[in-house]
Design a protein around this ligand. Sequence first.
Ligand code: B12
Length: 354
Amino acid sequence: MSLLNNTLSTAFNKVAENVYKQHFIEDKKLEEEYDDYRKKKMYEDILYNLSFLEVSYNLEEDNLFLEYAKWLYELMVNLMPDLTKERIKEHMVIHYNLLDKELKKVLDTFEYKTIHNYLKNAIELTKNYEIKDKPSNFNKGKYAHIRETYLDYLMKEKTSKAIEYIIEIEKTNIPLEDIYVDILQEVMVEIGERWQKNIISVDQEHYMTSITQTVLSQFYTKIFSTDRNGLTLVACSVGSELHEMGARMISDLFEYHGWDSTYLGAGIPKKVIINKVKKSKPNLIILSVTMPQHLTECKEIIEDLQKLDNPPKIAVGGRAFKMTNQVWKKWHVDISTNDAKELLNWSKEVFNHG
Ligand code: B12
């Protein structure tokens, strides 16, 4: 009874095609409102929505689809300022109803019942949803000014000033852990918010990400010059996930605390991860997931890791887990934390290192 292995995955394209075509038939105004670019995005979004339905179903995490429905509605409102919020709600309700109709044709009764409920709840939520500002740490606390100054340099594309600024800040005795987690990570979250609100464009977001990665590499001499503690870890992002800064930050900070880290980045096939663990026998494996669609693969990797003789301690985390109802507690993992600092604290207790 897995959507991933059976019906939905193989039927994705057909369902998406039918939903797309039907939407233009049922909602005549759409043709005037959507240019070619919007039409292309609409088709991509249908596939995306299906993948979120699938992972919610596979992991029995109904809240995941609702969180996604909120995010999608907000994104559409921001991307299409020429349309009213009520009109966008109409788009979404028609879309969810069409998904329901098409999925009824391809799913078995049990699958459809669950999916129907997800879509019904998403329709209810969308109809009543009001966009509110999300709680953010960006402008709060002792590092607010540093975050704002750094992001301001990035907004103005003052590359060398941005990099030098963080290098100088580090010399003022702010712990490296705080620079990573409380400053740079928070700035990245704010960058994501600004992208979603259509305040910054995709190229700006890519540029800011790339500069922040350059900033991280400025600390390598410091990170790699600490005493070793004899512990090893392997870290990576799961599946076709492209978000890899979280796993990298964790690797860097553990390296700084004496671990030998092997950071594999993103796009690593499941088999390669398992073979690497078999070969290197690390004390800890870090699996990072940002986009919820990759949670199913993460679960599969964990199942395969558990089959090994003497598996390493397994840690999972990343934004995707924060969207679930602590799904990791149903899996055989040792820990999940919100950020790298919390994971370090856990590891100090479990592995007894300084
Ligand atoms: C940079 C970025 C990108 C870059 C990533 C580049 C790179 N080299 O990593 C690029 C441009 C590739 C990208 C692409 C996309 N992105 Co993006 N991206 C971001 C952004 C702005 C920052 C991510 C980041 O680096 N954060 C900093 C790191 C350090 O934080 P972190 O990953 O959360 O990690 C910390 C903790 O979570 C934790 N942690 C992480 N891993 C682990 C593991 C363990 C074991 C533990 C214990 C803890 C842990 O510790 C870490 C350190 O403290 C986020 C915004 C956000 N809120 O995260 C959007 C965001 C994640 N992206 C988003 C989207 C939609 C996309 C795209 C779909 C856009 C598109 N239409 O193409 C694609 C999808 C690509 C894919 N297939 O994966 C959305 C996701 C929304 C959703 N519905 O889930 C976000 C939230 C933006 C937004 N506000 O809407 N993105």
